[in-house]
Design a protein around this ligand. Structure first.
Ligand SMILES: [Zn+2]
Length: 498
């Protein structure tokens, strides 16, 4: 028990230094933690000298939480499987209340600007253990030669606490209605005791911003509608995205297509994804530039990108909104059966757009990704989805983030690719249980060519991953030839720039 008391004391010191715990609230917070840990016996405190400085100078909660949980298990207060849940409860107790977080956020916003405010909120989210940064930092990630960014996501959360798993799976009619509803703020059932959101106004309505605990890139977060209403890309979507980058010009923001298989994992609740990194697609060059006499202050670029993307560039928000909406309207009704493009049939709607915007020296750059989720007998997972030969690398839907060139590959790949690498380095055939990788294995060997040194084969694996991801983007392209994209824009009154 002594260890438990010492650990709690360290956390209190940590919270004072990192989470704005005031001296006045310290005793209250300590008692809150005792309550969470179920401590009713304080005998061990008798004569225990606690070092009041033990938690000083520590800026990450990881070690402190590990120590606390281990000591609680040792003392019989909790069981191992409850570790994550208890750590979340304890951190929730010493994290500022949502209203206080928001007040400080907007104070910084007014004084030092929106970038400083989001930086502060992100830092607090890491220090409160909401954003699992130390886990994220362990995810392998590299910038590929072909411009794509590849990451392997080893940080997937595991739902071990049965109480949590039950409530965490609640769907329609449950509380909260889904995993991103505002009612999740502080909700123990999903380990959201430390979730803190800040309100943001978009198109005159109240939305809220929150960081993702297992984000895919720097300061990855979502801005969410207060209402639990389905994803839907409409003209007002462009307005909201523009409002967002007006408030947070250092972030990009984009909306997933509002359809199954090509959209995000939560379609039941309207939200957009963004954050503090400019993703590869936004940096891609123009294949060609087009103009319309109706919009003299705007240009449209057919983007030199494996997927099908047009980019509307202008300082003029109205022009961006109108052109973007025209593109959307045209695409959702676009038919070209010879290309496999059918906007709607008995199975439902198939054509949709993913808009995503950044602010640059050129003004607003709204990229509209044209998507289709149609399936066929040959491609039951989608004609414009990663084709079966790539499923061993990536089978899940190619959503907004991947469509922009940042690939999140499954954690199992780390070990599996290492086995392929070993086999090649040792001049052995592909392992018997890995025949699903035959094509990948042969391609890596071909890239490594005659140099099967460990270093060279490792580089070859990276090149192969980048190549596969690029081919997956090719699969998602609705127009395999850029000339067809130009023709598509011609029909909207845009002509090639001379
Ligand atoms: Zn919801």
């Amino acid at each position: 028990m002594e260890k438990v008391f010492r650990s709690v004391e360290k956390l209190i010191v940590y919270a004072k230094e990192n989470l704005y715990l005031s001296e006045k609230d310290a005793d209250y917070a300590r008692n809150g933690i005792y309550r969470i840990l179920g401590i009713a016996d304080f005998e061990a405190l008798k004569g225990l000298s606690v070092d009041r400085n033990a938690g000083k100078g520590i800026s990450s909660p990881d070690e402190l939480l590990k120590e606390l949980v281990a000591s609680c298990v040792e003392a019989g207060l909790i069981e191992e499987y409850q570790a994550e849940f208890i750590a979340d409860e304890v951190m929730g107790e010493i994290t500022l209340k949502p209203s206080e977080v928001e007040k400080r956020f907007y104070e910084i916003f007014e004084r030092d600007g929106s970038a400083a405010a989001t930086e502060w909120l992100y830092d607090q989210s890491v220090k409160s253990d909401y954003v699992k940064k130390s886990k994220l930092d362990k995810n392998p990630r590299f910038d590929a030669e072909n411009g794509l960014v590849i990451t392997i996501n080893k940080a997937k959360p595991e739902f071990r606490d049965p109480k949590k798993a039950v409530s965490g799976n609640s769907v329609k009619g449950g509380y909260p209605k889904c995993s991103i509803c505002h009612e999740n703020e502080g909700f123990a059932g999903r380990n959201k005791r430390t979730l803190r959101t800040v309100d943001v106004e978009l198109d005159g309505k109240k939305w809220f911003w929150q960081f993702s605990p297992y984000g895919y890139f720097y300061q990855h977060g979502i801005v969410v509608n207060y209402e639990h209403t389905p994803m839907f890309v409409e003209k007002a979507t462009f307005t909201r995205l523009l409002d967002f980058v007006d408030t947070f010009p250092h972030y990009f923001i984009g909306s997933n297509a509002a359809l199954e298989r090509i959209g995000g994992s939560v379609l039941a609740h309207d939200h957009y994804q963004g954050g503090g990194e400019i993703l590869p697609m936004h940096k891609a060059k123009a294949y060609c530039v087009m103009r319309s006499k109706d919009y003299p202050d705007a240009i449209v670029e057919v983007v030199d990108w494996a997927g099908t993307v047009v980019r509307v560039v202008s300082d003029n928000r109205v022009a961006i909104e109108e052109i973007s909406n025209k593109i959307k309207e045209k695409w959702v009704n676009f038919t070209a059966p010879e290309l496999g493009i059918i906007p709607k049939d008995e199975k439902g709607v198939h054509n949709a757009v993913s808009p995503t915007v950044v602010k640059t020296g050129r003004g607003y750059e709204m990229s509209i990704i044209l998507r289709s989720n149609i399936t066929s007998d040959r491609y039951p997972d989608g004609i414009f989805h990663a084709h079966p030969e790539f499923h061993i690398i990536k089978k899940e839907s190619i959503g907004l983030i991947e469509a922009q060139g940042l690939f999140i590959l499954p954690g199992r790949l780390e070990k599996e690719l290492a086995r392929l690498e070993d086999a090649i380095v040792n001049n052995q055939p592909i392992p018997d249980d890995m025949t699903d990788y035959s094509m990948i294995f042969d391609e890596i060997k071909a890239i490594a060519a005659n140099d099967i040194s460990k270093e060279n084969v490792h580089e070859a694996v990276k090149k192969e991953l980048a190549s596969v991801c690029s081919r997956i983007l090719d699969n998602t392209a609705v127009f395999k030839d850029k000339k067809l994209t130009v023709k598509f824009m011609n029909d909207l009154g845009f002509t090639l720039d001379k």
